[in-house]
Design a protein around this ligand. Structure first.
Ligand code: URP
Ligand code: ZN
Ligand code: ZN
Length: 473
């Protein structure tokens, strides 16, 4: 078994930062040592096969992105990253675990749906991966199947208040799924937007000839997100289900989440870098059909409405529990183009699995969040939220040796032909400059990225059988 010593760096955890050396033995962390500590009277470097000099750099747990959609059939096409390309891109960006969404559709058993996702991912991934299960058809059979999935390490389930006719569940179905979740202790994840009302606004806009991508945002106003978030919280309270609201973009929805948390309810909020940096006016409102690049739901919000500052504030207060990407990439050619002349036909989704750690580190560089909060929302709390702690999300003896060496004095230019490894023909963050750089990435003790070179392999990543959430209030 290979022993690696990471020496001279500052180990950053969710609770503090200090100079520490990290000794890795095989796939796990063997010891975290004060600099100069000897092991059995000798310098630990003498027992290591490889010594990595991390002087001047941060040594952090590998990123955990708890919201991705690799090769997901959606919007009349399929998300353009396979498990192979998407997890390799994630590795370049310092993410060492993803939790992807298996999809159950009407007529399909949840057990068969999860088996199909295992088939897609098995032997393909560069990094470790787990699954949530989307329940697109809440019925007696799918509710019974949830218990089986929990026993197999799939301990969270996503429902949709949006997308009528696709994934949508009405309130009765949501209530039933939440009752089952509460019985099992499993986490209920919610796409909270009032899809029925939104579809009326969409049809009316198209009727008026408002067909450009910009109107995707206009027809999904924040009130639709706030209302659905409130309704989901109330249904969760009635049933006792723990609720995790995904991809929150409206400050008013986060206010609902903060309020519920304040009274002690198990409610959690997730946001994504696109809602912290991109906007309705600048991106969705880009000339011609360009705005299609940023069509996703919930939508990018109006900068003028002040959502971004509030989202950053909620990250600081802890009401945003974790930051994920909702990585759901589509190319412009042949995919986003399906919606030329009708924004409602543009496949919904943004790709960003490669850039989350950098974009959130920019929040540290800009003084918006602390170094520790960066690690907390990107690595540690997602691991706890989704039952993977202390195997993932922390640098401590016994944990998987998923480690990122991050250079705060480095620089990353985001864009096609620069740092882009996702299978997309554009970058949602083209031109972004980051005051930091992912130098080295280890997944279970193996260096898989070093100095912008990929050293990993498809199939190294293993399925993570998750426990129930370890982050309930
Ligand atoms: O636009 C989005 N978010 N696409 C991915 C599917 C979802 O709703 O998470
Ligand atoms: Zn969603
Ligand atoms: Zn999603």
């Amino acid at each position: 078994m290979t022993r690696i010593l990471i020496r001279g760096g500052i180990v950053v955890s969710a609770t503090g930062s200090q100079p520490l050396d990290v000794l890795i033995d095989g796939e796990t962390i063997a010891a975290v040592l004060a600099p100069g500590t000897s092991i059995l009277g000798t310098d630990p470097a003498t027992v290591a096969d490889q010594v990595i000099d991390a002087t001047g750099k941060y040594v952090i747990p590998g990123g955990v992105d708890a919201h991705t959609h690799m090769q997901m059939p959606f919007g009349g096409t399929e998300a353009s990253d396979t498990f192979e390309t998407g997890t390799r891109a994630a590795a370049f960006g310092g993410t060492t675990t993803i939790v992807d969404f298996a999809v159950q559709t009407p007529g399909v058993r949840v057990q068969d749906a999860i088996a199909a996702w295992h088939d897609k991912a098995d032997g393909q991934c560069a990094i470790d991966y787990g699954f949530h299960q989307i329940i697109g058809d809440v019925n007696d059979e799918s509710l019974e199947g949830m218990a089986e999935l929990v026993a197999e390490g799939v301990t969270s389930f996503k429902l949709f208040m949006a997308y009528p006719g696709v994934f949508y569940s009405d309130d009765g179905k949501i209530l039933r799924a939440m009752q089952t979740s509460a019985e099992l202790g499993a986490l209920l994840m919610m796409h909270a937007e009032n899809g029925i009302a939104i579809d009326v606004l969409v049809a009316q806009a198209i009727q008026r000839g408002e067909t450009a991508p910009y109107f995707h945002g206009v027809t999904r106003p924040w009130q639709m997100e706030e209302e659905a978030t409130h309704r989901a919280i109330m249904l969760a309270q009635v049933t006792g289900a723990p609720l995790y609201v995904v991809h929150v973009s409206a400050k008013q929805a986060l206010e609902q989440i903060a309020h519920a948390r304040g009274r002690g309810q198990n409610v959690f909020g997730e946001t994504c870098p696109q809602y912290l940096y991109l906007s309705l006016e600048e991106q969705l409102g880009a000339p011609g059909f360009e705005g299609a690049k940023w069509v996703c739901s919930t939508p990018l919000r109006a900068r003028a409405e002040g959502h971004q500052d509030e989202l950053w504030r909620y990250i600081r207060t802890g009401d945003v529990t974790s930051v994920a990407t909702d990585h759901c990439p589509f190319c412009m050619k042949d995919q986003k183009e399906l919606g030329v002349g009708d924004f409602s036909k543009i496949p919904n989704g943004i790709g960003g699995v490669e850039h989350r750690m950098d974009l959130m580190f920019q929040g540290v560089a800009d003084g918006r969040i602390s170094l520790e909060r960066w690690v907390d929302v990107c690595c540690t709390t997602p691991a706890r939220m989704f039952g993977m702690y202390p195997r993932k999300g922390v640098i401590s003896p016994g944990a998987d040796a998923d480690v990122v060496i991050y250079d705060p004095n480095g620089h990353t230019s985001i864009g096609l032909g620069k740092t882009h490894h996702m299978n997309m023909d554009y970058s949602a963050y083209e031109g972004f400059e980051i005051d930091g750089h992912v130098d080295t990435v280890l997944s279970r003790g193996r260096v898989i990225v070093d100095d912008n070179r990929y050293l990993g392999s498809a199939g190294h990543g293993r399925f993570v059988r998750r426990e129930l959430s370890q982050n309930l209030i």
